[in-house]
Design a binder for this molecule. Structure first.
Ligand code: CAA
Length: 290
């Protein structure tokens, strides 16, 4: 297959996982004219993802960015899929399930069986090596990282991650696809944390150390980075937004892979994750969202 075929509108794209990232990814593909098959492990989760997309699009209608008719059209391009077998005709797939290798393994082994050997298989992982995920399929040249940022509908960046065996043509297709979605792609070699999380998570970790050492209050630490560095959110607010468990996972990967103590996670971060204070998703993190 000519890789450029996949970039045409109305082509079928599969999105596995409809959570925080997956629903946003499905939405941006549908907005760009693709038929999106959206899968998750239960019908309830798929319906919840479709509802989130519906709500986001309603907001766009209210703001006058799209018409009611356009909303209906975009939504009609999102097809809930209970069984991954229905991804048979997908030319491009984005996996956005939980950050557990067991879950990703199950998805990629199934996709390997049912999709065409030319289907581009991408993963939104932020911490699992692309080379490891690619090794799960029979044709690892067509596997790449496609790392979106939260909220996907708003954030302009996609890190396109090249695993050890990823072909140049796969990278080019993923890069062009990202552009088609209105994003700016940056190609990165498979390396722990890629670029984004290698820089972001140590910064957040340092802010948590500063809090733990009593240097300043959480509000003041965030204010320094917002007003002093023009960041839209302070690092502690951002940790709550990303999820403290995600930040800890990334730090563990950086620490383990580089064997460098500079990536040591702060004891306070560990304690908060153990307490179940994961940020916005549990309504409690550094701040209270109840
Ligand atoms: N879903 C969809 N749209 C959202 C949204 C969400 N969860 N949250 C905000 N938005 C939209 C709003 O609808 C609004 O759009 P319009 O103005 O066009 O209506 C726009 O974003 C701005 O929102 P607000 O005015 O409500 O708030 P804001 O100006 O404070 O912006 C923000 C919100 C965009 C989230 C901003 O605070 C921001 O950029 N924060 C930093 C986000 C960030 O760093 N994300 C990357 C995290 S790292 C990651 O994702 C990768 C990883 O591997 C860990």
């Amino acid at each position: 297959m000519d890789d450029s075929q996949v970039l045409k509108e109305r082509k079928v794209v599969g999105v596995v996982g409809g959570g925080t990232m997956g629903h946003g990814i499905a939405q941006v593909f549908a907005q760009s004219g693709f038929e999106v098959k959206l899968n998750d492990i239960t019908s309830e989760l798929i319906q919840a993802a479709v509802k989130r997309i519906d709500d986001n699009l309603s907001r766009s209608v209210e703001k006058g960015r799209i018409s009611k008719e356009e909303k209906t059209e975009i939504l009609s391009r999102v097809v809930p899929i209970r069984d991954l077998e229905d991804f048979r005709d997908a030319l491009f797939v984005v996996e956005a399930v939980i950050e557990k290798i067991e879950a990703k393994t199950a998805v990629f082994k199934t996709l390997d069986k049912i999709c065409s050997k030319d289907t581009i298989l991408t993963t939104n992982t932020s911490s699992i090596p692309i080379t490891q995920i690619a090794s799960l399929v029979s044709n690892p040249q067509r596997v790449a990282g496609m790392h979106f940022f939260n909220p996907v509908q708003v954030m302009k960046l996609v890190e396109v991650v090249k695993g050890m065996q990823t072909s140049e043509s796969t990278i080019e297709t993923v890069r062009l696809m990202s552009k088609k979605l209105g994003k700016t792609p940056v190609v990165v070699s498979d390396s722990p944390g890629f670029i984004s999380n290698r820089i972001l998570c140590p910064m957040i970790n340092e802010a948590i150390f500063a809090l733990e050492e009593g240097i300043a209050s959480k509000e003041d630490i965030d204010t320094v980075m917002k007003l002093g560095m023009n960041h839209p959110m302070g690092p502690l607010e951002l940790a709550d937004f990303v999820g403290l468990d995600v930040v800890l996972d990334v730090l563990e990967v950086l620490y383990r892979e580089f064997q460098d103590p500079k990536y040591r996670a702060s004891p306070l971060l560990r304690k908060m994750v153990r307490a179940g204070y994961l940020g916005r998703k549990t309504r409690k993190g550094f701040y209270d969202y109840s």
